[in-house]
Design a protein around this ligand. Structure first.
Ligand code: HEC
Ligand code: HEC
Ligand code: HEC
Ligand code: HEC
Length: 503
């Protein structure tokens, strides 16, 4: 066979394979319509208790409950102590763990040192918005009290109302069991971007239910007046999607509003915290372009006897390659695992270098302030640091991004590293101007050292938290059970792992 014939044969084979893949995806979409015939869980309002859904949908419930299997605490500040420097002055420097199963989302939120130790419904530090992506009780309460009232006040205000971890009513309508967007802020953001909510395809919904929470957001301060004429300020979860959804677009959005999440304790920079722009980064990858949805990899179909249903055990698809990747790919399990691992290693390498540079930039800037540097010395440096850290955070805060969109993730890390380097070059000049030619940033190679530099009183925070867990948190749970908001059996045998000493 000559070269051109060979090329033709290979191209034809590739085209046939791609058509087969598309047909297979389309076929799966058609099957959905048939499976969906549903009893009414609650005709009016939101049924937040997953146990009540169980009566109608035992298979989906049992597989959902398996998200309780991943209850591991991986203390990310221990793994990467640089994080405490990068987030100095902000809650994340206190406590930050890798994500675990949806079953634990509410517990993680109650247990983290970031939500502090309120003593009553009016004490902080966090606003009600912090519950927003943890529980189906959130859309329930929003429907009951109104969106603005929901977003007004402190986190502790709804401690006895938000009782169930992420579940059925986060993604399904209680009356029809159809997939639904239960969070108003995603609807607002989509409409703002010209999406007609009535014409969203079923395949898009299989990603959009996840985008309700796995997205970038901020708390937008909004003044409003209640029915009694009282002026109040709400902190409303808002997606910064204006036009395109790139890291650069969102940075401009925040810059235009002179928005900051906090002022950095060491470098005094007005900082941005990227949340978890998982959906946005996924959209830039090849799978999104080929119309592969989040659910295709994280919620594959499962066969039990003659019944085929959606496996609700959301987790790493690598634990279930046979039913996820292999429905479309022909490589061996090992080959696919290797491919994903290589992508992870590439990201880790560049991420380490970048984090190191940003952490040193903060510490060198702190030294410059200490020696008497002026705001005009520091402004260009702070602009580099703000942009660098935003870009770094954006690229990795959504965990799976190294795989969902490897090129975009590595591009963002390179840009972030370059900006951190620019800041450090400028810092050499400023430090020299104030007589510190050979300044070396102090050692931040362990969690203890880094948190000390960041001024985090870890033991005190942990002790306060334990007191909260033994008093107010217990009272919240008791009240939720008494008011029929929580079916207690759902928490039987539930572990209670934390990243701090429990005494
Ligand atoms: C109501 C908000 C919400 C929705 C909706 C949601 N997630 Fe999550 N997800 C979270 C939170 C919060 C965590 C972290 C939980 C923790 O660490 O306690 C998480 C964790 C995860 C994890 C890590 C699980 C593990 O065991 O490591 C995966 C994977 C995941 N989500 C995928 C998805 C997918 C896919 C969808 C859509 C089908 C989705 N999520 C919808 C909020 C949500
Ligand atoms: C994070 C979002 C999410 C959560 C939480 C969730 N589901 Fe689903 N559910 C989905 C998706 C996505 C599908 C696939 C829908 C499709 O393609 O038709 C689905 C499908 C279903 C179906 C249709 C039949 C099937 O198996 O495909 C039922 C019934 C269902 N879920 C019930 C439940 C119940 C009961 C719970 C709570 C125990 C629950 N779901 C929790 C996202 C979710
Ligand atoms: C529903 C079908 C589907 C599923 C499920 C799926 N893929 Fe893909 N994958 C595709 C398509 C389509 C492409 C793009 C092929 C092209 O256009 O060249 C692709 C491309 C890829 C690529 C090449 C692009 C890149 O990023 O390097 C890799 C690697 C890959 N998939 C790995 C996986 C792994 C690992 C899983 C499981 C976690 C998986 N895929 C699940 C359909 C799927
Ligand atoms: C083509 C398959 C595929 C698609 C589509 C996909 N993911 Fe993933 N996802 C993966 C793989 C593979 C990983 C890496 C798992 C690992 O490292 O063990 C991952 C990781 C994650 C993680 C991090 C889990 C952890 O514990 O660190 C989250 C969260 C997540 N995905 C959510 C989503 C969301 C939300 C979407 C849609 C916007 C989505 N994924 C689309 C395959 C996919």
């Amino acid at each position: 066979m000559n070269k051109y014939k060979l090329l033709l044969v290979v191209s034809l084979a590739a085209i046939i394979a791609m058509v087969a893949m598309t047909v297979s995806i389309a076929g799966k979409k058609n099957e959905r319509g048939v499976i969906n015939s549903s009893p009414v869980v609650k005709a009016d309002g939101v049924e937040a208790r997953n146990e009540v859904w169980r009566e109608h949908f035992p298979r989906q419930y049992d597989s959902w409950k398996k998200t309780s299997e991943n209850d591991k605490i991986i203390d990310m500040i221990k793994e990467k102590p640089q994080l405490a420097i990068l987030w100095a002055g902000y809650g994340f420097a206190k406590d930050y763990n890798a994500p675990r199963g949806h079953f634990y989302a509410l517990q993680s939120n109650q247990n983290t040192l970031r939500t502090g130790a309120p003593v009553d419904e009016k004490t902080g530090p966090m606003p009600t918005a912090c519950w927003a992506c943890k529980s189906p009780d959130v859309p329930r309460v929003m429907e009951e009290v109104g969106i603005e009232e929901y977003f007004t006040g402190k986190w502790a205000k709804y401690g006895d109302e938000i009782a169930n971890s992420i579940g059925c009513a986060d993604c399904h309508d209680s009356a029809t069991a159809n997939l639904t967007i239960s969070r108003p802020y995603l609807r607002v953001a989509l409409e703002y971007n010209g999406v007609d909510l009535d014409s969203i395809t079923h395949q898009d919904m299989r990603s959009l239910v996840c985008a309700q929470c796995h997205s970038e957001y901020y708390f937008k301060k909004t003044k409003w007046t209640d029915k009694q004429g009282v002026e109040k300020t709400a902190a409303i979860v808002t997606f910064p999607w204006e036009g395109k959804m790139t890291a650069e677009d969102m940075e401009n959005y925040y810059n235009d509003r002179e928005f900051k999440d906090w002022t950095h304790k060491i470098s005094k920079t007005p900082m941005l915290k990227a949340q978890h722009p998982g959906y946005e980064i996924y959209k830039t990858g090849i799978h999104a372009r080929r119309n592969v949805a989040c659910a295709d990899c994280h919620m594959p179909y499962k066969q039990e006897g003659s019944v085929k249903f959606t496996d609700h055990h959301i987790r790493s698809p690598l634990e279930n390659i046979a039913n996820t990747c292999l429905t479309c790919h022909r490589e061996s399990e090992q080959e696919l695992k290797d491919v994903v691992n290589r992508k992870l290693e590439r990201k880790e390498q560049l991420m380490e270098i970048t984090m190191d540079n940003i952490a040193k930039a903060h510490l060198e800037a702190g030294k410059a302030w200490e020696l008497g540097a002026t705001q005009s010395d520091m402004s260009p440096i702070q602009a580099d640091i703000r942009s660098s850290q935003w870009t770094w955070d954006y690229s990795i805060a959504s965990h799976g991004s190294f795989y969902h969109a490897p090129e975009e993730t590595l591009r963002l890390l390179s840009v972030a590293n370059e900006k951190a380097q620019q800041a450090r070059l400028k810092l050499v000049r400023v430090l020299a101007k104030y007589g510190a030619i050979d300044y070396m940033a102090p050692d931040f190679s362990t969690k203890e050292k880094a948190q000390k530099l960041a001024g985090v009183p870890f033991e005190k925070l942990a002790a306060e938290k334990m007191k909260f867990k033994n008093t107010l948190l217990k009272a919240w749970t008791e009240a939720a059970i008494a008011n029929d908001k929580l079916v207690p059996s759902i928490r039987e045998g539930m572990s209670d792992n934390v990243s701090y000493p429990k005494n």
